[in-house]
Design a protein around this ligand. Structure first.
Ligand code: R5P
Length: 313
């Protein structure tokens, strides 16, 4: 059968999200084997003809590193199968947090990721809430970095500015928090001065802005161990916050994050499905929003050579 148009492929890290994208676009996912040899090495085979087609490989690169390797091998398979163009759709771009040489003898991991993706023949990248915008500059191919803002905006649209304040849990989150505060009808903004005495440990030094007697929406890009959010919520509650909601684009929930966040003074945690959790997340206050429609729209626009900037609302 002649292949043409959009081809959707995914690895094991993003199977549910890929199915959501496939449903939205009404395009079936191409039959692909992504399994393991007996020794654990990854075995990949695209089972259908994709010659000349516009291939989108959907795969987040959160740990384990096998997720990244699956993406690289799928891209290599697509290239050798004569795909016309290969776009890596990476809802969560892992290894983004080491994006500069800020200590002696450390790698710039985000640059290594960019190099690996390009060397296997990926022609463009579609991603979501990159930890730092400037990572786009590590690539010599186009990178569309969408934001989860439209998805979050729709969910939080009813927050009343006379009651609610948006909180950035660290300096890095300020731009993102300011953007959503503006889009939610100019909610006031508060900032936390956070310190990291060591990796994965967070301390609140100061809170800038009025939080006493306010309802608060803490906005971050990543929840990893949950330390940042936990110490922020504890501090804000102690300062007189009436209610605390948390919103984050990507939830890794490593270590004992779920337990920690369940016990924190937080009323609701809103995340997206950019990272797929293989185990059930036992958290009553958790709400998961899907980014499948957003990514599907971007895929369609990229394929049709239309601007994706309208998705940055
Ligand atoms: C840091 O710069 C990020 O924006 C997040 O705040 C951080 O990755 C969250 O990590 P954790 O949940 O382990 O505190």
């Amino acid at each position: 059968m002649k292949a043409k148009g959009i081809t959707l492929i995914h690895g094991n890290a993003s199977s549910k999200l890929a199915q959501g994208i496939s449903r939205y676009l009404n395009i079936p996912i191409v039959d692909t084997l992504v399994s393991r040899f007996k020794d654990g090495e990854i075995r990949v085979q695209i089972k259908e003809n994709i010659r000349g087609s516009d291939v989108f490989i959907i795969q987040s690169t959160n740990p384990p590193a096998d997720n990244l390797l699956e993406l690289l091998l799928l891209a290599d398979a697509a290239k050798r199968a004569s795909a016309k163009r290969i776009t890596a759709v990476i809802p969560y771009f892992g290894y983004a947090r080491q994006d500069r040489k800020d200590q002696p003898r450390v790698p710039i991991s985000a640059k290594v990721m960019a190099d690996l993706l390009q060397v296997v023949g990926i022609n463009r990248v579609l991603t979501l809430d990159l930890h730092a915008d400037q990572i786009q500059g590590f690539f010599d191919i186009p990178v569309d970095n969408l934001f989860v803002t439209p998805v979050m905006k729709e969910y939080f649209i009813d927050l009343d500015p006379s009651v609610w304040t948006v909180v950035a849990p660290d300096v890095g989150a300020t731009k993102r928090a300011r953007a959503i505060a503006r889009k939610l009808g100019n909610l006031p903004l508060a900032l936390i001065d956070k310190r990291r005495p060591e990796p994965n440990v967070a301390e609140v030094l100061h809170v800038i802005g009025n939080v006493q007697g306010r309802k608060l929406l803490i906005l971050d890009d990543i929840i990893d161990t949950g330390n940042t959010i936990q110490v922020a919520a504890d501090k804000l509650k102690a300062l007189g916050a009436l209610e605390i909601k948390v919103a984050a684009a990507h939830a890794l929930f490593s270590d004992n994050a779920v337990e920690k966040l369940c016990n924190a003074p937080i009323d609701e945690i809103v995340i997206t499905d950019s990272i797929e959790h293989k185990q059930t997340l036992n958290m009553k206050k958790l709400k998961i929003l899907s980014v499948a429609p957003l990514l599907a729209k971007a895929i369609k626009r990229i394929h049709d050579e239309e601007s994706v900037s309208e998705l940055f609302i």
